[in-house]
Design a protein around this ligand. Structure first.
Ligand SMILES: [Cu+2]
Length: 136
């Protein structure tokens, strides 16, 4: 496992998950609506995880995902749910990028990293995926 500059908290999370025999650490984040009326969520990608990977947002309220990565391995974050007003595929860098959308339909929508090294499993198969839950 290649973790170049993940925080100690990340390592503890991953170690804790492997001790329990889970492939991916479940870490939940329930967004709150800020004073500006926007739900802001910070997401960090690394090899091979997203933190958080279980995100809850309210329907019909604007969302800003502030996404970045740690380490030198290329990563991305993609979510394809045009029926819910969500459709993006963004490559991650160490500088945060902001993804804006307003979810229009309640549901659970998977997001994942689209990267795959030659002759390897995809990052998604290695656990680099999560779920965006849109609730009423
Ligand atoms: Cu990746």
């Amino acid at each position: 496992m290649k973790v170049l500059s993940a925080s100690a908290a990340v390592l503890i999370l991953l170690l804790g998950a492997s001790a329990l025999g889970q492939e991916t650490a479940k870490n939940k984040f329930i967004a709150v609506v800020g004073a500006d009326g926007v739900q802001k969520v910070e997401i960090t990608g690394g090899s091979y995880y997203f933190i958080p990977n279980d995100i809850v947002v309210k329907v019909n309220v604007p969302v800003e995902l502030i996404v970045k990565k740690v380490g030198s391995t290329p990563h991305s974050i993609a979510l394809k749910a045009p029926e819910a007003g969500i459709d993006f595929d963004v490559s991650l860098s160490k500088e945060p990028k902001t993804i804006r959308f307003t979810p229009t339909k309640v549901g659970k929508y998977p997001f994942w990293c689209t990267k795959r090294a030659p002759f390897s499993k995809s990052h998604k198969e290695r656990g680099m995926e999560g779920v965006l839950e849109v609730v009423d």
